[in-house]
Design a protein around this ligand. Sequence first.
Ligand code: GLA
Length: 346
Amino acid sequence: MTAFTATVPGRVNLIGEHTDYNGGMVLPAALSVAMSVNLIPRADNRISVSARGYSGSAERALHEPAQDHWSDPSVGALREAVSLGLLAGGAALSIQSTIPAGSGLSSSAALIVAILKAARASGGSDLGDLELALAARRVENEYLGVPCGIMDQVAVAIPQPGQAIALDTATLDYTVVPLPADHTMVVIHSGLTRKLTDGRYKARKEECDAAREAIGRDDICRLDPEEIAAARGLDESVRKRARHCATEHRRVLAAVEALEGGDTCTLGALMNMSHASMRDDFEMSLPAIDALVESAVELGAVGARLTGGGWGGCIVACIANDRREAWQAELLARHTKARFVDAVGG
Ligand code: GLA
């Protein structure tokens, strides 16, 4: 039987965290680490998945609900492919990944989008990449029960590796943004992994929902930080979460302007401010990650910040190309659990 393949990149978010379900902007870039899927349609309604460098192998039925198993995203993606008319039944999937799982680089979104792209190739459909991204989010929200926004799915479905996009999550309009030529955005894994399903992401989402309800606006990112300071009936921690959303959205707009103007110094300062806001207002960092970010800046990065959903995973740092080698060696020598993952720009 014919096999259909799709390769989809991981992503690093340069700035704009937890803004994507609060009506704000994000600025992710596609990486060179990637997820590849090989799909052979099956005549029955069963799914076999083998995942080299990922998890193992499994056999599931298409109608099964999620059961907290590593193959759930594959089952969910194929169910979505069937409901979109891309596939008639089950499939044999073979998956290969170089995206470290649980590191905030969207391995889950990349897997689901890759399966949908392979299914689209098998069905000869002309469904667009943005529609596939929306379908991939439905798999996360509805099948897997992960209340994520739309950033990751768009970030892995649309840009080419090495490209950054400024995405307005309220309208889904996006533009490709140039990355600096003389600086590199380096992705360093902290050595701490986390799962979006562990409850902390959901708790933050609920706090943002509480802010929305109390203020009476869905797009809390678009509020003036002063309006948030003045809003009545907000619990202090909810007020801090909302303040992060509003200030982070503004930092994304300023970062896009800085990148377009080649102003790496301002970009770096915005990344540092973003980290402080994630640490103090959104409270999604960890002491070991704060220490890694601090060292990255102390050793010469113009800016550094935690990237992704939080509480583990990777940092992204902006460092001048001619200082990068020595900087990286010193950083990894100082933080022995940290490791280099990928880099964009430069
Ligand atoms: C995860 C989610 C995204 C986004 C980020 C935080 O990656 O999947 O939707 O909310 O966290 O910016």
